[in-house]
Design a protein around this ligand. Structure first.
Ligand code: F6P
Length: 353
């Protein structure tokens, strides 16, 4: 008998349930006696021993379901300040539940904790989830392509209204550290300007790009801006200093500031649109359902082989694994030579620089 604990942690995304289902179905298929314990609300449930025994029927009908049947919570601690007490509580729950292994579905923070628990001697396997696609060592995370579809539809819809009203539409797309989602949806939706955290923008150059388009007879512009984008002046600041400045300006993201700056400088009607959590909700697309199922089945294989301390990954379109210790704590940024970025530049998308 193998007793498998499973939890989902951090922000939810489409494909979590499809992955849980993939793990469960495959475990039941390839192991004689697999028992799955659902841990509620991520590491919070592990700390507080909130868990339930799951039946095969719990995994039926969830392939297409958004969110997570296990619930999720942001980590109630920062890794560096994670106290001994919480680590001990998680280890105690693992022992009390008599788990043979723990599966953690989550993003960067989740993987850091997973690695920590692995170094503490627990049998842990990670599964990479996030619409941000910022987990190092995997080409794509499940949830990402669905979010691209939704963000692209937002940009498509903004296009028609922007054209009708000869407006500049600034669409803020999630991604606080990285611009993968904004870049991809920006390309797919035909954005004219894309602003991402990896390339701090210069507001004057951004404004002249909008003006130039207007001079060339394009009476509207679509700007896809990542939630975490910042300008060249902010780029010189430390993170805390930047946050303080934004607090003084009463802004959290750069979007509304950009809108005001463009409106004031060009006189063009400029509007912001923030789809926000809509990008994370709803059913996973076919790509994510397949990816989730493949990753889930691979995780089951690792459990059977007792191959722990790993995270499942997609590398060059092949399902493989990374050591948790090799990828935990590393953010996957868009590099200068990234093909997607180069393609965007090739077709004349402006990056505000
Ligand atoms: O990490 C995924 C993500 O959706 C980010 O893009 C975004 O910055 C963040 O989560 C929002 O978090 P919350 O759901 O806690 O508001």
């Amino acid at each position: 008998m193998k007793k498998i604990g499973i939890l989902t942690s951090g922000g939810d995304c489409p494909g979590l349930n499809a992955t849980i289902r993939g793990v469960a179905k495959s475990c039941y298929e390839i192991m004689d006696n697999a028992e799955i314990i659902g841990i509620q609300n991520g590491y919070y449930g592990l700390i507080n021993n909130i868990a339930r025994e799951m039946k095969p029927s719990d995994f039926s009908g969830i392939l297409t379901l958004g969110g997570t049947i296990l619930g999720s919570k942001r980590q109630p601690f920062k890794m560096l300040s994670m106290d001994e007490e919480k680590i001990k509580a998680m280890k105690d729950t693992y022992k009390k539940l008599k788990l043979d292994c723990l599966l953690t579905l989550g993003g960067c923070g989740t993987h850091k904790t997973a690695n920590l628990l692995s170094t503490e001697g627990l049998n842990v396997i990670g599964l990479p989830k996030t619409i941000d696609n910022d987990i190092f060592g995997t080409d794509y995370t499940f949830g990402y392509y669905t979010a691209i579809d939704i963000a692209t539809e937002c940009i498509d819809r903004l296009h028609t209204t922007a054209t009708s009203h000869s407006r500049v539409m600034v669409c803020e797309i999630m991604g606080n550290k990285v611009g993968w989602l904004t870049l991809s949806a920006g390309i797919a939706g035909g954005a004219d300007i894309i602003l991402i955290p990896e390339i701090p923008y210069d507001i004057d150059k951004l404004i002249s790009a909008v003006t130039k388009r207007a001079e060339n007879g394009k009476s509207f512009s679509i700007i896809a801006v990542a939630e975490g984008a910042y300008d060249v002046n902010e780029a010189k600041m430390k993170k805390k200093e930047r946050a303080k400045k934004r607090e003084e300006e009463h802004i959290i993201t750069a979007t509304n500031r950009i809108v005001a700056q463009i409106q004031n400088a060009t006189g063009m009607d400029t509007r912001a649109c923030v789809p926000g959590h809509i990008l994370r909700g709803g059913s996973p697309n076919a790509f994510d359902r397949i990816l989730a199922t493949k990753l889930g089945a691979k995780a089951a294989e690792l459990i059977k082989e007792e191959n722990f301390g790993k995270t499942v990954a997609l590398v060059n379109n092949k399902i493989t694994t990374n050591k948790l210790s090799d990828i935990a704590g590393i953010t996957k940024f868009i590099e200068e030579d990234n093909q997607l970025l180069l393609t965007a530049k090739d077709i004349g998308i402006h990056f505000g620089v």
